[in-house]
Every structure is written in C-alpha cells, then in structure tokens.
Design a protein. Structure first.
Lengths: 243, 117
C-alpha cells in the first residue's frame, strides 16, 4: 500500500469539470471543490447553529458563539472599538482558513491552504485592502508610514527603501507561513503513515506517533488561521492608526 | 441580611456590565498579544520574515536593473536593503511588535493617534 504512493500525491490538482473561457483554463478542480465545501460547511455551521437563538445555547450554537466571541475579542484587543467594522472580513477569513486546514486532515481530504497560490491570493487581498484602506483614510499622508519616527533626515534615503521592502514583504511572509506549515505538516503525516504500513506489526510505534502528530496538526491548523487573522488585524490597525 | 444582599448583587452586576462595555470600546495593551509563544512557531516566523524581505529586495533590484540596464549595481544595492529590511523584521518580531512596519510602543502610539485623528 505504501509503495507507489508519494507523500506529495495528496497535493495534486485534478480537474473535475473542465471549463475553458477565452483560452483561460478555469476548470473546477478538487481545490475549488474543497473551497466550496469549506464555504458550505462554514455557512451551515453558523446558520444552522444560530437558527434556534436559544438563551441557553446548545452545542452547535455554543460553538458558533465561541467562534464569534473569539474573533470579536481578537479585534477588540488589536484594533479597538473602531475595528468592529472589519469584523465580517476577518471572521470570514478566519473561518475559511481554519476549515480549509481542518478539512485537509480528513482522509481523502485536500488542503487548499497547502498551495502557495491560494494563500498568496488571500494575503494579497489583505495587503491590497489594507493599503487602499490606509490611502483612503489618510490620503498622501499614508506615505509618512514609511518614515520611521524620530530619525534624522540624513538617514531617510537609507531607511525609506528598507521600510518599503519591509512593507512589501508582508504578503510574502503571511502567505508562506500558512502554506509551508500546511505543506510540511500534511507531508509529515503521510510519510509517517507510510511507515505504519511498511513495518507490519511493528507499525504500532509510528501509529502512536501518528496519533500524536495528528493532534499537533489540529493545533497548527488552528494556530495558523489565528496567526493569519491576528496579522490581518495588526495590519488594519496600522493602516487606521498611522503613527 | 437578604435586604442587604440584593442591592449589592445588582450593583455587582452593574459594575460587571460596565466593565464589559468598557472592554468593547477600550484598547488594551498589545504587549501580551503574541500568544503563540511556542518556540518552533517563533523560529519559523523569524526565518520566513528574514527570507521574505530579502527576496523582495532582490526582486526589486533585479527588475530595476533590467529596466534601467544598470546591471548589477541596483541588484547589489537592493540586496543589502532587503537584508536590512529582513533584519528589521526579525527585530520587530523578536520585540513582539507583530512584525509591523513603523510599529511603535502603545504609549507613543496612543499619543500619535490623538494628535492625528
């Protein structure tokens, strides 16, 4: 069973419904399928969970409320009262990434967050959005962002390019962090899983490790969604409250 | 005894409510924010920050060189800028500033905000 199955096979993209518009391949693939599944599960979880609106919440409603409270608290701590306006965006981002990471852990699942182009697109949306937000809020004053406070003018030619590069590196570090964590974690699970099958009866040892690693992966799946959300909050905060 | 208890309970609740409402508006210190303090994630984050800034610097230098035909001088210059930006990112992460450009401590942050808005 282990032979012939590459640990990287799980990341392959398969076309499910080939669509081509104007020479551009926009086929519906397994990545898109899991994104749709993520959106469906996320929406169903919240809509069905909150349907009853019980004063004493049931299990699903309690979970939905906890998720809401968690992100609301996160925004409150990082952006402050003003940040509530951005709650829908950050909440959607968090739930989308979290469920995407989690669905990838299921057998036969596909982790769309393990593809750099997906995470980079997400990071780019945040980056462009935050830049537009900053420009809209502060106009040209936004560019004072790139001048570190309390620095003599003689140092500006040196420090401004550094600050701009640092600013431009945000979407890269944001996307690479999520993508690399997911890719490495899922590959590791598959590799250890291969050992279980290859070792026969002694496979019990890697199996035990696998159980522990799956737990760790669950934590990482959550943590990476959290980090993505918190960094988005920090970026929005920086764009709103320019120094 | 019971007469004493009831108003104090209500006052207690009132104080709790006010505290909760205050939390919604207020903005606590960002210091205790980086709660993912596990060593591996910090190490990974620092590595990514360093490399990402360097890659951006090199990409800008290379593109400018191609555009202006000044190879390889701008590439070298922006390599150094990128490296510096990477070190600065790492410094900010290590200080717990969240890797933000131009981020300051919350004290001066609040002061600047009041002056601006």
């Amino acid at each position: 069973m282990a032979a012939g199955h590459s640990p990287l096979e799980q990341f392959e993209i398969h076309r499910l419904i080939p669509i081509e518009v104007g020479g551009v391949d926009i086929s519906f693939n397994n990545s898109a399928l899991f994104m749709v599944a993520t959106l469906t599960i996320g929406s169903a979880f919240l809509v069905l969970g909150m349907r009853r609106r019980a004063v004493v919440p049931g299990r699903v409603q309690s979970l939905a409320e906890m998720t809401y409270e968690f992100i609301a608290g996160l925004i409150r701590d990082t952006i402050g009262g003003e940040g509530r306006r951005y709650f829908p965006f950050i909440f959607t981002l968090f739930v989308f990434i979290l469920l995407g990471n989690m669905l990838g852990l299921l057998p036969y699942g596909f982790t769309f967050t393990s593809h750099i182009i997906v995470t980079f697109a997400l990071a780019l949306v945040v980056f462009v959005g935050v830049t537009i937000l900053g420009l809209a809020r502060h106009g040209l004053h936004f560019f004072s962002f790139f001048v570190p406070p309390g620095v003599p003018i003689a140092m500006w030619p040196l420090l401004i390019p550094i600050e701009i590069i640092s600013y431009l590196s945000r979407p890269i570090s944001l996307s690479v962090r999520l993508f690399a964590n997911m890719l490495a974690g899922h590959t590791l699970l598959k590799v250890i899983g291969g050992f279980v099958a290859a070792l026969g009866i002694f496979g019990i040892a890697p199996l035990a490790l696998l159980v522990a690693l799956t737990g760790l992966e669950l934590v990482i799946a959550f943590l990476q969604a959290y980090v993505f959300a918190i960094l988005t909050c920090l970026y929005i905060n920086d764009a709103i409250h320019l120094h | 005894m019971t007469d004493d208890r009831r108003p104090s309970d209500l006052e207690d609740l009132d104080a709790k409510l006010r505290a909760a409402r205050g939390r919604h508006g207020g903005k606590p210190d960002r210091a205790g924010l980086a709660s993912d303090k596990s060593g591996l994630s910090i190490a990974f984050r620092i590595g990514v920050e360093l490399v990402a800034a360097l890659a951006i610097g090199v990409a800008i230098g290379w593109l400018l060189d191609r555009w202006l035909g000044s190879s390889p001088w701008l590439l070298i210059l922006f390599f150094v800028f990128g490296a510096a930006a990477g070190i600065m990112n790492v410094f900010r992460v290590a200080k717990g500033y969240g890797g933000a450009v131009g981020y300051r401590k919350s004290g001066s942050d609040a002061a600047g905000k009041d002056g601006k808005d």
